[in-house]
Design a protein around this ligand. Structure first.
Ligand SMILES: C[S@@+](CC[C@H](N)C(=O)[O-])C[C@H]1O[C@@H](n2cnc3c(N)ncnc32)[C@H](O)[C@@H]1O
Length: 379
């Protein structure tokens, strides 16, 4: 837990989930820059109606909880992080109402006074968010985005110019920058290009992808190799697609295992919504389960016959294999005795070492130049 000191107060903040020996902070220099700017420019009054977009772990929510703030994000982890940090700082965990990325952004009759937006890695997500927020702002709304300089490109500013209106930037401070945009109500705007669809190769399945979904433009080559090698057997009755993205892996597992029930799990609301749409479209007569959660937390133990997993390499801006490790641990708990975890990864990630450590063994099911598919059985 580290301390953020800004004009709005001093807050002890942790990332989520809380890990022993965490080396990363729960906020960045862009959060600090933004909060200082709001104070220095006296942009807030006690009645300010504020929308916070993409708050990483609730640093902005903690600092702005005394105003009429609400928060929107596509991340369950960000939501839990915000609640934990509000609680830890003796604030009501519901003080800043949370809505996920596919819900209405506000009330069109009450335009926001202030919108603060943290720039994420995904330009697609930004494009979608600017389309979604536009009906809830007017020319008087102070629209301020904040990000690390390395994440702000001319294409980022171009999106603000074309979807909101006149846009300027601040000087950089501690490698962070602010972006100021003012709504131009007469601007003729392009349509939102999200969600996007493609036909899954060699099938007739239409795959819908919301803006923040992995491989939203086309099938990922790792996923392709995984679906070419999925197991089929009547003993797989309860199957989990862990970190499902658009749900292609679970969908193809369902096609190969016609009596199985598939559970789609992801921490992204847009991912699970895409998977739900895609599965319902492909198998209108079959039931499936959908969960937005962190790895398999809150999922039953000793229940599943098969867990399929293409782990992520990063969580928000932090790159590392800690999520894979948590996914494998959770998978072990969620599997029945004799249940199998199948994992695909780049060869160099050495997931076999982790699986051996956890399960006591691990076999290679298939491999090519780039990827390896590994299997571990719960004994
Ligand atoms: C490499 S993508 C795989 C997507 C899909 N299964 C495929 O193969 O195309 C990893 C997925 O894990 C999800 N993810 C990341 N962190 C997670 C977490 N803590 N809990 C659950 N899902 C997570 C991401 O949102 C992303 O959809």
């Amino acid at each position: 837990m580290e301390t953020l000191a800004v004009p709005q107060g001093t807050f002890s903040l942790a990332r989520y989930p809380i890990r022993q020996q965490e080396t990363l902070r729960a906020w960045d220099a862009a959060d600090e820059y933004l909060l200082n700017y709001l104070h220095d420019e006296q942009l807030l009054t006690s009645s300010s109606n504020i929308l916070i977009l993409n708050d990483s772990f609730g640093a902005l929510a903690c600092a702005l909880a005394d105003y009429q703030s609400s928060s929107i994000s596509d991340s369950f982890i960000a939501y839990q992080g915000m609640r934990n940090n509000l609680k830890h700082n003796k604030q009501n965990p519901d003080a800043v109402p949370f809505r996920h990325s596919l819900m209405a952004y506000g009330n069109p009759d009450q335009p926001y006074d202030v919108v603060v937006l943290k720039i994420t890695k995904s330009l697609a997500q930004l494009e979608d968010q600017l389309h979604r927020v536009r009906p809830f702002i007017d020319e008087n709304t102070k629209f301020i985005a904040a990000g690390m300089v390395k994440a702000i490109h001319s294409s980022t500013l171009q999106l603000f110019e074309s979807l909101i209106g006149a846009t300027t930037t601040s000087l950089a401070r501690k490698k962070a920058r602010l972006i100021f945009s003012t709504l131009n109500p007469t601007l003729s705007r392009p349509e939102n290009s999200y969600p996007k669809s493609y036909t899954l190769e060699n099938t007739q399945y239409q795959i819908l992808n919301h803006a923040n979904v992995f491989s939203r433009e086309r099938l990922d080559i790792g996923t392709r190799f995984f679906i070419e090698n999925l197991p089929a057997d009547e003993r797989y009755q309860q199957i989990v697609d862990l970190g499902c993205g658009n749900g292609i892996v679970g969908l193809m597992a369902a096609a190969a295992n016609p009596i199985a029930t598939i559970s789609f799990v992801d921490e992204s609301y847009m991912a699970v919504a895409s998977a739900e749409h895609n599965f319902a479209n492909a198998f209108p007569e079959r039931q499936a389960e959908y969960s937005v959660t962190d790895c398999l937390s809150n999922m039953p133990s000793d229940r599943y016959d098969l867990i399929l997993n293409n782990p992520p390499f990063h969580q928000q801006n932090a790159i590392g294999d800690f999520i894979a490790w948590q996914m494998f641990n959770d998978a072990k708990a969620a599997l029945k005795k004799g249940g199998e975890l199948w994992v695909i990864g780049n060869r160099h990630l050495n997931y076999h070492l982790k699986l051996k450590k956890l399960f006591g063994h691990c076999v290679t099911v298939a491999s090519n130049k780039k990827f390896v598919i590994l299997k571990a059985i719960k004994k």
